[in-house]
Design a protein around this ligand. Structure first.
Ligand code: F6R
Length: 259
């Protein structure tokens, strides 16, 4: 696991975009794992800019991490719609190459299994972009999630509903249920890149990086990931015991070694 502490979200977005750009140049049909929420938005802004400068997404695929259950198709806060608006329409990725778990399916368990199959059929996720919840969730794997879980239905913790109420008219409109890639699904990605900014994420980032691997902090499962990059700003890094070591390692990183 590599921890990179950067001044702010602009620098974080630029480094993530460098990594995605290098991946797409080497593998134009790469599979990108797409997160929603506020944290990845600067990354999508930067990718849109790079597309204007020629970065080609025409053969790439995108798989969403999660989706609310019960929002009607086209709801502005459904994650499929958020990804369409914030990312897909701003680059030249084919609409049919964007995949998401179906939160409106009549048979949710079958839809979750089909989603796992679709990821496998595409050859797996090359780069999984992640944010982290204040309670340590990744995707919508709330505390207590099995570290081996696959895509399935989950119930949101009230703290997460409150955190996400800012995207909806009121707390009452935030769904209670979601479908999310599991922690085992996320562990299968070839490169996991988690971004976090702001002091409200400091405790979760500490638990993820320096706490025990435990279901109480689902993101801590990334300690078992063979290639995980944790990109944080100073505020989100403020509870890290080894912050100076992470800074030192990044400053002295060999020039040939990418994220
Ligand atoms: C969304 C997702 C969530 C968010 C997390 C942080 O697809 O997977 O894990 O990344 O809730 O959200 P923000 O970035 O809004 O603080």
């Amino acid at each position: 696991m590599e921890v990179v502490i950067l001044p702010g979200s602009r620098q974080i977005a630029s480094l993530v975009a460098d990594t995605i750009e290098a991946l797409l140049r080497e593998k134009p049909d790469a599979v990108l794992g797409l997160a929603t929420g506020s944290s990845p938005l600067p990354v999508y802004d930067e990718l849109a800019l790079r597309h204007e400068r020629g970065l080609d997404f025409s053969r790439a695929h995108g798989f969403l991490l999660d989706e609310y259950v019960g929002l009607e198709s086209g709801h502005p806060e459904s994650y499929r719609e958020v990804i369409r608006r914030e990312f897909a329409v701003r680059v030249n990725i084919a609409p049919e190459n964007i995949h998401g778990p179906d939160g409106a399916a009549a048979d949710l368990p079958a839809a979750c299994r089909a989603y796992e199959d679709a990821i496998q059929d595409r050859g797996g996720v090359d780069l999984q972009l992640l944010g982290i919840g204040t309670d340590g969730h990744i995707g919508f794997n709330e505390p207590g999630s099995s570290l081996a879980s696959r895509t399935r239905i989950k119930t949101l913790i009230e703290q997460t509903r409150r955190d996400n109420a800012r995207f909806f008219g009121s707390l009452a409109e935030v769904p209670h249920h979601v479908v999310t890639q599991g922690l085992g699904t996320i562990l299968d990605s070839r490169h996991a890149v988690l971004v976090a900014t702001g002091a409200q994420k400091a405790q979760a980032v500490h638990d993820l990086v320096e706490g025990p691997v435990a279901a109480i902090c689902p993101a801590s499962v990334l300690q078992l990931h063979p290639h995980a990059s944790i990109l944080v700003d100073e505020a989100a890094a403020s509870s890290l015991k080894l912050a100076d070591y992470y800074r030192h390692s990044y400053e002295h990183k060999p020039a040939w070694q990418a994220l």
